[in-house]
Design a protein around this ligand. Structure first.
Ligand SMILES: CC(C)(COP(=O)(O)OP(=O)(O)OC[C@H]1O[C@@H](n2cnc3c(N)ncnc32)[C@H](O)[C@@H]1OP(=O)(O)O)[C@@H](O)C(=O)NCCC(=O)NCCS
Length: 235
């Protein structure tokens, strides 16, 4: 199976012969080819699947994905998604997001590593959105802080006035030697109204809603993304 990042009109002509689920969006698929937002998979000369996408800063949205009906359940969709995500990762993109339509494809998306976006971060409760982080991220630390002197970022999945005592997630900010860059970035779904707090040695350094926490952007279309201390206004 061969994944083609820059397909041609020949591939599109092949797809037109078998497209079913997204036939009524054909104009958008032609547009995706023109704008280099189409990726296809082929077996020899035969085009057996496609996906279209849009990049928005750190995030890529996969809009349509379809595999030729006679090729279903043979690993074609999985190979197409995995190779495409590898390509997006190389471009420095941190998150892939999909709006699960039809919702029957939810099992497939979970099999290829996607997770349902928590309802509280998802602005339309009727939509089923899934996401996958691309590349390594800073792991969350457990409830016991190993090193109290380390800068620690805490995030609640609630607004400050509703927030319970203990945060939902906690990260110890480990930087590369001699640099303000984190060893791995923090990437997590979040809402701009959630509570976030920075502590060190048991003292609160700053506490706010995510959207007011730093002068620099850390909140990107429903995700918290922090790569350096500079993002947190600490350098
Ligand atoms: C969803 C779709 C792209 C999957 O493609 P595919 O090539 O059949 O999927 P794969 O063979 O790579 O399957 C990968 C895994 O998902 C599972 N899977 C795929 N479709 C599934 C389904 N409908 N129900 C349950 N599991 C499914 C496979 O069993 C496989 O599991 P495994 O890794 O444990 O073996 C294909 O069914 C399709 O084109 N559907 C119509 C359009 C659509 O729903 N697109 C997605 C929304 S944008």
């Amino acid at each position: 199976m061969n994944v083609i990042i820059n397909p041609s009109i020949r591939h599109l002509n092949d797809i037109e012969k078998w497209i079913s689920q997204f036939k009524h969006h054909w104009d958008l698929i032609i547009q995706a080819l023109k704008n280099k937002r189409l990726i296809v998979i082929a077996q020899g000369e035969e085009t057996t699947g496609f996906l279209t996408y849009r990049v928005n800063g750190n995030i890529v949205n996969i809009d349509f994905l379809e595999v030729k009906m006679s090729m279903h359940k043979r690993g074609v969709g999985k190979k197409l998604v995995e190779s495409s995500l590898e390509h997006f990762k190389k471009l420095g993109i941190r998150i892939a997001e999909i709006l699960c339509r039809p919702q029957s494809s939810e099992i497939f998306w979970k099999k290829v590593g996607f997770t349902i976006l928590p309802a509280s971060t998802n602005f339309d409760p009727d939509e089923l959105k899934l996401y996958r982080v691309l590349g390594k991220i800073l792991p969350v630390s457990g409830n016991t802080i190993a090193d109290r002197e380390m800068l620690t970022l805490e995030l609640w999945n609630e607004e400050p006035h509703l927030a319970k005592q203990y945060p939902s997630w906690r990260w110890q900010l480990i930087c590369k030697t001699g640099s303000g860059s984190l060893v791995e970035p923090i990437v997590a779904p979040c809402h701009g109204d959630w509570k976030i707090r920075l502590i060190q040695g048991g003292e609160t350094i700053r506490e706010h809603k995510v959207k007011y926490f730093s002068k620099r952007p850390i909140d990107f279309s429903g995700y918290l993304i922090i790569e350096t201390l500079y993002n947190l206004d600490l350098e």
